[in-house]
Design a protein around this ligand. Structure first.
Ligand code: NAP
Ligand code: HSE
Length: 436
């Protein structure tokens, strides 16, 4: 079939880069049939061209010299799949300024330097697409920017890191944290430095990007508070099971009265909630807005072939939309203010160890009531002779009110440990409890 040749360069030929080349070669016929264009990787930048590679039909494409790509005017489009901030950022800027559209899978780069990169793309009149930077194969950026650009999104809730979701799912089945992490690394889900995943930093960058696109305002990475899964233990899973919930690392971006809050936290998720069924390295994003009510997208969030699918889809979209204009603009069109963290509202779970004797529960309940915090469910376990762990779920309250009540509970003479709280994800409520 005759087709227009589109020479593509890759910055990086690791897990994702090699999978992009494989997908372009193996799906060539479908791409030509659908677009009339043949996308062919003609150069790929690596650190070490001599290294053994997963899929490399033509070793001559490899180079360790960025100039071999930047100075080759025949290269029509570039996919950045090398990761890191430097020299990656300077490479992407130079390519955009030279009029080359770029596709990036790099959430840290987009979250930290998005404003500068989009300004360069806009000035040069080329597109910078970044679908693969968020939620692997799930086309959520395309849905937000192209299908829902008109709709007032006020909440994005998501499981946006495959590695941590894989680890939590395995831990729920009984695996140790270390075993599950090692397996996620073997399967190619984890970042080069897996602490990016388990600390919540990777998810925070993805939530900054999702909030920026959903709310049309620049949400910087520094504004996203995050907690990782390092301190999650079997105790949390046991409590979650008893409360008919599960535990997930949940990112939330909320827009209230023109102010936003974006965070990532391990959260108890009600078994009836769509996020509760998201297992392994899968991701899911729930979008809530005026006209759309609620849309949930779920799919593979990490892995070479899965991420390559988003990269290739962006390459195809560039071919299909070059010259039409608006997608080369920055997604931000207004400047909103962050919501003070204490004003964020949610139902919460907390646990606290106390002395097991008459009146202690009343003391705890009084401190909660003093801050208008209402108990929805309570489970008590004997942890040692004369000591009990209270697992408490409270109805929706503000972070500030709960923090004040928990600070008073920590001061009780009968408290054996400071309480720790996790948000509860329960958008659809629990029958009989009516959480919101
Ligand atoms: P990777 O396997 O470590 O591959 C990185 C590639 O970039 C390697 O080929 C490496 O060369 C090359 N590279 C790195 N720094 C370089 C430099 N300074 N100069 C020249 N080449 C350099 O990483 P990956 O898993 O494919 O991830 C790539 C990007 O995709 C990251 O931004 C990551 O966050 C993102 N991503 C990954 C996944 C996933 O599941 N893996 C999913 C979504 C997004 P050598 O091969 O010679 O070392
Ligand atoms: N390390 C990331 C994850 C890859 O586990 O989700 C996708 O960005």
């Amino acid at each position: 079939m005759s087709a227009i040749d589109v020479p593509v360069a890759l910055l990086g030929y690791g897990t994702v880069g090699s999978a992009v080349n494989r997908l372009l070669i193996e799906s060539e016929e479908e791409i030509v049939r659908a677009t009339g264009h043949r996308l062919r990787v003609v150069r790929a930048l690596v650190r070490d061209p001599g290294k053994e590679r997963e899929f490399l039909p033509d070793p001559s494409i490899l180079t360790s010299d960025f100039r071999a790509i930047a100075d080759d005017a025949s290269i029509a489009v570039v996919a950045e799949v090398m990761g890191g901030l430097e020299p990656t950022g300077e490479y992407v800027l130079e390519l955009l300024r030279s009029g080359r559209p770029v596709v990036s899978a790099n959430k840290q780069l987009i979250a930290r330097r998005g404003a500068e990169l989009f300004a360069a793309a806009s000035q040069a009149g080329v597109q910078l697409r970044f679908e693969a930077s968020v939620c692997g194969a799930i086309p959520v950026i395309k849905v937000l920017r192209e299908s829902l650009s008109f709709s007032r999104i006020h909440r994005v809730l998501g499981i946006v890191n495959g590695t941590t979701n894989f680890i939590l799912t395995e831990m729920e089945k009984g695996a140790s944290y270390a075993e599950a992490l090692a397996q996620a690394q073997r399967l190619g889900y984890a970042e080069a430095d897996p602490s990016e995943d388990v600390s919540g930093a990777d998810a925070a960058a993805k939530m900054a990007i999702l909030a920026t696109v959903a709310f049309g305002t620049r949400v910087s990475l520094e504004e996203v508070s995050y907690t990782g899964i390092e301190s999650i233990s079997a105790l949390h899973f046991a409590a979650a099971r008893e409360l008919d919930m599960t535990l997930r690392l949940v990112g939330s971006a909320t827009l209230i009265d023109g102010r936003y809050d974006v965070r990532v936290q391990p959260s108890l998720v009600d078994r009836h909630h769509p996020l509760a069924g998201v297992e392994g390295a899968f991701n899911a994003v729930m979008l809530q807005g005026d006209a759309i009510q609620e849309i949930t997208l779920e799919g593979p969030g990490a892995g070479g072939p899965e991420t390559a699918s988003a990269v290739v889809s962006d390459l195809i979209s560039i071919i299909g939309t070059t010259g039409t204009g608006f997608l080369q603009n920055d997604a931000c069109w207004r400047q909103l203010e962050p919501l003070p963290p204490g004003e964020v509202r949610s139902p919460f779970y907390f646990h606290v160890e106390v002395e097991d004797r008459p009146g202690v529960l009343a003391q705890v309940a009084a401190r909660l009531a003093g801050h208008q915090v209402s108990v929805a469910r309570l489970v008590q376990h004997e942890v040692a002779s004369g000591r009990a762990a209270l697992h408490v779920v409270v109805h929706e309250t503000s972070v500030a009110e709960l923090a004040a009540a928990l600070a008073e509970i920590a001061q009780l003479a009968e408290a054996r440990q400071a309480p720790t709280a996790l948000p509860v994800v329960s958008a659809r409520g629990v029958p009989g409890l009516g959480w919101t």
